[in-house]
Design a protein around this ligand. Structure first.
Ligand code: MV4
Length: 450
């Protein structure tokens, strides 16, 4: 096992990883920017190294500075968390060159799954269902239009290098296709310096269902059930839960087996997520594979009683999974609410600043993952997520009641947050009845649309 791990991240996920390491008897190295001198991860780690100025490009995204810190401190592995360098194939490869284990899959795999049209082709070949659409990428709008006519409108135009909705446009019909294709392609060129595009038939009001998988380096792959992440605003998830109330045990098994088949098809190692769209007729389609630990991993931990960070570290150290598929039991129902420093009344504008007072909820099966404390100043340079509130209870209605209670107890003073907005979601009749889709937020909060 590793003796020392460097955490190439900040905020609650860095704290989360430090805790897992400490429980495993592993020494921790934090890296921090000049804006994070007073940050919790900087203070909690065994060692902390300043890697540069506040902008991420000069600190948390600077591969050389991070690798220098790892070499200087003798760290044997790097955990990248999520965001920042977590899905950067070049960084994963550089770690290898420095003889440092990257806690995640190989660089080649990150690269392969990062290209969404290649991932789509790979999954098709492995017999994983994908949305009917194009087989090869397109660069030319008129050629793409030909293909779109065959697929049938409406079609989704997506950037090969995209993901998470970037470089994506809906085309309702031939009339608007060329314009939408060109706009999506322009966004792809600007955002990823890659103008390759692909097409899919548009799936109306789907659910976003993702399966957590774990794969060790000895060929063992298991899935840990699904998360329903349909409650999103502009591709930012707000609330996630497990299990999904709309899928039967039979469908869960089929989707889970498909997720395992997908991971095996690419020789996946470490924790990963297979994203599916689930349509209103219970058809499911592979969308993307995420090769990192995700923000919402605690809802899976809550219902499986596993520690996913611990498993990631064990896998990266070459250990075998200590359990098989039949040992995985989903118990009860878990919900996570993301609490952000933002103002829902002002288009969710980020609201950094000094937190003057904090009260965190507690009690049985109530978990708070955060790096904030009373007196902490939220820097303006990074993501606005402050805290994740996770609850578990015996069933969905009880979990909703517990989340309402916990949200009611949560106090964050000095800055604006979306706590009240989360409360409103939990109060929606459609949410309570489990009638959710990716259209939930725009449909229930039309005043927020822009
Ligand atoms: C789609 C779709 C409908 N049909 N693809 C958005 C992010 C990316 N992961 C895939 N996305 C979508 N792809 C087809 N063929 C609808 C979405 C979508 C969406 C997906 C998941 C969660 C929220 C969403 C919000 C709007 C659109």
């Amino acid at each position: 096992m590793f003796k020392k791990i460097l955490i190439a991240n900040r905020g609650e996920i860095a704290v989360r990883i430090i805790r897992a390491c400490r429980e495993m008897g592993i020494q921790t190295v934090a890296v921090y920017s000049e804006a994070d001198r007073e940050a919790l991860h900087t203070m909690l780690a065994d060692e902390a190294i300043c890697i540069g100025p506040a902008p991420s490009s000069e600190s948390y995204l600077d591969m050389e500075r991070i690798l220098s810190a790892a070499v200087a401190t003798g760290a044997q592995a790097i955990h990248p968390g999520f965001g920042f360098l977590s899905e950067n194939a070049r960084f994963a490869a550089l770690c290898g060159k420095c003889n440092i284990a990257f806690i995640g899959p190989d660089a080649e795999l990150i690269e392969k799954m990062g290209n969404k049209s290649e991932a789509r082709r790979t999954m098709t070949e492995a017999g994983v269902p994908v949305v009917p659409g194009s087989k090869t990428p397109f660069y030319d709008a008129k050629e793409a239009l030909e293909a779109a006519r065959e697929i049938g409108f409406p079609v989704m135009i997506k950037a090969s290098a995209g993901g998470g909705g970037k470089g994506m446009r809906l085309s309702e019909g031939e009339e608007d296709f060329l314009q939408n294709f060109k706009n999506a392609q322009l966004e792809a060129e600007k955002g990823f310096s890659d103008s390759a595009m692909y097409l899919e038939r548009y799936v109306r009001n789907p659910r976003h269902i993702e399966f957590q998988i774990l794969a060790d380096s000895h060929g063992n792959v298991v899935h840990l059930g699904e998360r329903d992440c349909s409650i999103q605003r502009r591709h930012q998830k707000l609330l996630e839960e497990s299990p999904c109330s709309a899928i039967s045990e039979e469908l869960r098994e089929r989707m889970g087996e498909t997720a395992v088949r997908a991971a095996k098809a690419v020789g996946y190692v470490n924790a990963g997520t297979i994203e599916f769209l689930l349509d209103q007729d219970q058809n499911f389609y592979f969308m993307e594979m995420n090769t990192r630990i995700q923000v919402e991993h605690p809802v899976t931990e809550a219902v499986t009683d596993l520690d996913l960070i611990r498993e990631q570290i064990r896998i990266a150290a070459g250990e075998r999974l200590s359990f098989a598929q039949e040992d995985v039991v989903i118990r009860g129902h878990a919900i996570e609410c993301r609490i952000n420093a933002e103002n829902p009344e002002r288009k969710f504008m980020p609201c950094p600043g000094k937190i003057t007072n904090v009260h965190l909820p507690g009690g049985r099966c109530v978990r708070v993952d955060t790096a904030v404390y009373s007196g902490y100043t939220v820097p303006a340079h990074y993501d606005s997520m402050l805290l994740k509130l996770i609850v578990r209870d015996k069933d969905r209605p009880s979990a909703i009641a517990k989340m309402r209670s916990a949200l009611g107890e949560l106090v964050i003073e000095g800055i604006d947050t979306n706590i009240d907005f989360q409360f409103e979601i939990l109060g929606c009749r459609d949410y309570v009845e489990g009638n959710v889709s990716t259209d939930f937020i725009p449909a229930h909060f039309p005043q927020l649309a822009e």
